[in-house]
Design a protein around this ligand. Structure first.
Ligand code: 13P
Ligand code: 13P
Ligand code: MG
Ligand code: MG
Length: 372
C-alpha cells in the first residue's frame, strides 16, 4: 500500500505588532529555522511558514499521522521559541495562545488550533489552506457547506458523475463535545438545521461518498478548538484554519473558491464581541485594521508531491475577481459599525468575550425596583 501523507496546519497567536494586527517577520523567521531543523532530523518531510493577521501558521507535511506526538511537540516548541522572540521585542500578546505551562502529548486543548488530514496522495493532489483571523471555527460552516453541499456553488455536484453521490459531513457539538455524521444531499436540511447555529455546531470534517475515494480519508478538515472554553475566560478568538482537497471527483479549486465570493457575517471582530463581514484577502491585505478587522480569511493553494509542498503556493484571494467581494465587505463593515453598541453588531450577552455586565449588575443591584 502507498505510504500515507499527513498534512498538518497548526497555528497560534504568540504575539503581534501594533496590537492584534499582524505577526512580526522575526517570529516567522524563528519558526522557519525551527522547522528547517526538524526537517533535517527527519521529523517532518517539508514545511511552509506564514501568517493570517496576528496568527502564526505552521504548514507541515510528514509520515506520522494525525495527532502525532512528535509533530505536535515540534509545533509547541516552535511556538515557545517564537514567544521568546515576541517577548524580547515586547510584542503585543506575547505567548497569548499558549495556555498550558508545558506540553503534554497533543496541542489540542492547549491553545493552538490544528487541522490535519492523513491521505494516500492522488497522482496530482491540489490542496487549499484557509486561515481566518478575528473569528471562530463556525465561520467555516457556510463556505465548507457551499463547496461540498450546495449545487449553486459547486456545479460538479450536479454534472460530475464522481461528485453526484454527494459528501458526508462530520459535525461537532463544541459545547457538549459530541459529534454526528450527516449525509448530503439526503440529510441536507437536517445538516443545515444544526450548522446554522455556528457558535455551537461546527463542521469538523467532510468525507467522500463516491466509491472513487477511500471512505475514511477526509477531503476537508477544520480546526475546532474553542479557546474561551479551554481557558475559562477570554483569551482571544479561536481564529480557525481549514484544509480542503480539490479536483478529480472533488470540487474544482474554482468551486472551492466560489464559496467565498460573498462576504457573509461571522462573529469575532473587535474584542471577539461583534458580528461583521468576513473579508477574503491576499497577502497584501493579510492583517486586520479597522476596528481590529473586519475579520479576514487568507488562502494558499499547494500541490502535494510525495509528502512535500510544491512551492511557491498560490495566493488564492489575490485576484481581481475578489475585488467586488472585498468592496462589499467594506460596505457591510460600515453598515454594521453604525449600530455601535447595539445588537446584532455587538454579540448577544452570552456570546461576548468581553463584558462589563457582572460589574454593572453588582453596582446597580440595590436599585432595581419590581414592576407589576
Ligand atoms: P477535474 O474533474 O479534472 O477536477 O476538473 C474539474 C474542473 O477543474 C472544472 O473546472
Ligand atoms: P486575536 O484573537 O486575533 O488575538 O484578537 C483579539 C481581539 O480582541 C481583537 O480585538
Ligand atoms: Mg492577538
Ligand atoms: Mg488572531
Amino acid at each position: 500500500m502507498a505510504a500515507k501523507t499527513t498534512l498538518s496546519l497548526i497555528k497560534a497567536d504568540v504575539g503581534s505588532i501594533a496590537g492584534h494586527l499582524i505577526v512580526h517577520p522575526d517570529l516567522e523567521e524563528a519558526a522557519r529555522s525551527s522547522l528547517k531543523d526538524a526537517k533535517s532530523r527527519g521529523v517532518i518531510e517539508d514545511y511552509y511558514v506564514t501568517h493570517a493577521g496576528d496568527d502564526l501558521q505552521l504548514v507541515m507535511t510528514h509520515r506520522n499521522g494525525v495527532d502525532s506526538r512528535k509533530v505536535h511537540e515540534l509545533a509547541w516548541q516552535t511556538f515557545e521559541k517564537c514567544t521568546k522572540v515576541a517577548k524580547d521585542l515586547h510584542l503585543y500578546g506575547a505567548g497569548q495562545d499558549l495556555l498550558a505551562d508545558a506540553f503534554s502529548g497533543n496541542v489540542r486543548g492547549m491553545g493552538p488550533g490544528s487541522a490535519e488530514i492523513e491521505i494516500v496522495e492522488r497522482p496530482a493532489e491540489p490542496v487549499a489552506l484557509f486561515m481566518m483571523d478575528k473569528t471562530e471555527p463556525g465561520a467555516f460552516n457556510m463556505p465548507i457547506f457551499r463547496m461540498f453541499g450546495d449545487p449553486f456553488c459547486s456545479a460538479g455536484l450536479v454534472i460530475d458523475p464522481s461528485m453526484h453521490s454527494g459528501f458526508r459531513f462530520e459535525v461537532c457539538d463544541i459545547e457538549e463535545h459530541k459529534r454526528i455524521f450527516l449525509d448530503c444531499p439526503d440529510e441536507m436540511y437536517d445538516l443545515l438545521a444544526f450548522i446554522g447555529s455556528k457558535g455551537r455546531y461546527v463542521i469538523k470534517r467532510v468525507y467522500p461518498r463516491s466509491g472513487k475515494f477511500p471512505k475514511d480519508e477526509p477531503v476537508a478538515c477544520v480546526s475546532t478548538d474553542k479557546l474561551s472554553q479551554i481557558a475559562g475566560k477570554y483569551v482571544g478568538k479561536d481564529d480557525p484554519v481549514a484544509i480542503v482537497r480539490a479536483q478529480s471527483g472533488l470540487p474544482a479549486m474554482g468551486e472551492v473558491l466560489e464559496a467565498w465570493s460573498w462576504p457573509f457575517l461571522v462573529s469575532g471582530w473587535n474584542r471577539g464581541s461583534h458580528n461583521g463581514p468576513l473579508m477574503v484577502v491576499g497577502m497584501d491585505d493579510n492583517r486586520t485594521s479597522r476596528f481590529d478587522g473586519p475579520p479576514r480569511c487568507f488562502g494558499l493553494g499547494f500541490q502535494l508531491a510525495n509528502a512535500t509542498l510544491v512551492k511557491p503556493p498560490v495566493d488564492l484571494f489575490a485576484d481581481a475577481a475578489f475585488e467586488p467581494t472585498r468592496r462589499q465587505a467594506a460596505e457591510i463593515a460600515d453598515y454594521m459599525r453604525r449600530h455601535g453598541p447595539f445588537e446584532p453588531h455587538r454579540l448577544p450577552m452570552d456570546e461576548m468575550e468581553y463584558t462589563t455586565m457582572p460589574d454593572l449588575m453588582e453596582k446597580h443591584k440595590g436599585k432595581w425596583e419590581s414592576v407589576k
